[in-house]
Ligand binder design. Structure first.
Ligand code: ZN
Length: 340
């Protein structure tokens, strides 16, 4: 029998892989803008394939692609009638691929865009959205639930309650879009402390920030909470000037988010280094978010000391005609012009 999330966290660092929406958008199956995962119903094989690529790269969890598959967003694209089918199918696909390896299946909810801390009536709306999505996920069978990209602690706490009502373990992560505080005014570490006190098994941050600007925040969280900590940055080179992917600008000043971020993409080596740094901080669930490719995940897995199915095709640069030690005179001449 597959080990539970609690057993896996005790055994060592878990590896997560997300960013399904960005990757499937690049592949032509999701529309940028609404970013609704219609692909789950329209091209299920595309979803299956990406799960499989992350699984082969070493991901310990197949996250059901229900990100933005909630009532508010489906209404935007005129597919509210497909809500239940989309949610159920996403979990089924994730389960199917998880069984091809030894991965867990996570249900997934995110910020709803319906929550307003100044309007108490929105609490019931948000709770109903989470309850229907996660009710279907629980019926289809998930091992735990990831509530992510939370802008508001208040909204994250609603998700946590719904997850607990279903008797499932909860991983709840905030989106660090602001310099220090959640949109409802809590320091990220305080928000995580409150989520942990309310019973979340794993707390932390995901999305928005790249490795460099994510690490200092996650270090504070690690120092603040006793429970397991998760971090899933975006693989983009954010820095002190542009600490989030939303603030990155091209050389001519254009906003790069969300579909012109390519030139800021981290290499696999950047992400491998990040995985080691996060583990050294004591992070228990190290992953990657929007922008991720399977090559990043494999490099992270290998940096954490694993050999994964896709390692069969990991680089052997000593066999490259231009890098090998016994490069012939003819090739050496070619290489000279190559290096010039
Ligand atoms: Zn993301």
């Amino acid at each position: 029998m597959s080990a539970s999330i609690a057993e896996r966290l005790r055994a060592g660092t878990m590896l997560g892989a997300e960013g399904y929406v960005f990757e499937l958008e690049r592949r032509g199956y999701i529309k940028a803008g609404p970013f609704v995962p219609e692909v789950v119903l329209d091209f299920p094989d595309a979803v299956r394939q990406l799960h499989r690529e992350f699984l082969r790269a070493g991901a310990d969890v197949m996250v059901a692609l229900t990100y933005y598959a909630h009532r508010e967003k489906l209404r935007d694209v005129g597919r509210e009638g497909d809500l239940e089918a989309m949610n159920r199918q996403a979990v089924r696909i994730a389960r199917e691929v998880a069984r091809e390896g030894d991965a867990l299946v996570a249900g997934n909810v995110c910020n709803t865009w319906a929550y307003d801390p100044d309007d108490p009536s929105t609490v019931a709306t948000v709770r109903a959205m989470y309850a229907e999505q996660l009710g279907w996920a629980a019926e289809e069978g998930v091992d735990f639930v990831i509530s992510e990209t939370n802008d508001y602690l208040g909204e994250a706490l609603i998700a946590l309650e719904v997850i607990q009502d279903l008797g499932l373990p909860a991983m709840v992560t905030m989106a660090p879009t602001q310099p220090k505080l959640t949109r409802d005014g809590y320091e990220y570490a305080d928000a995580c402390r409150i989520l942990a006190a309310e019973g979340a098994q794993i707390v932390g941050l995901n999305c928005d920030r790249g490795p460099r600007t994510m690490l200092p925040l996650i270090a504070r969280i690690r120092d603040t909470v006793e429970c397991a900590v998760a971090v899933q940055p975006v693989p983009y080179r954010t820095d002190a000037i542009a600490p989030t992917m939303e603030t990155l600008r091209s050389p001519d000043g254009e906003r790069a988010f969300p579909i012109a971020l390519d030139s800021f993409t981290c290499t696999r080596f950047d992400m491998a280094q990040f995985a080691v740094q996060a583990r050294e901080l004591g992070v228990n669930y190290v992953g990657i978010c929007c922008g991720a490719g399977p090559h990043h995940v494999r490099a992270m897995a290998e940096a954490l000391g694993r050999v994964v199915p896709a390692s069969k095709y990991s680089p052997s640069m000593e066999l490259h005609p231009m890098f090998r030690a016994d490069v012939s005179a003819k090739d050496a001449a070619f290489l000279h012009s190559w290096n010039a």
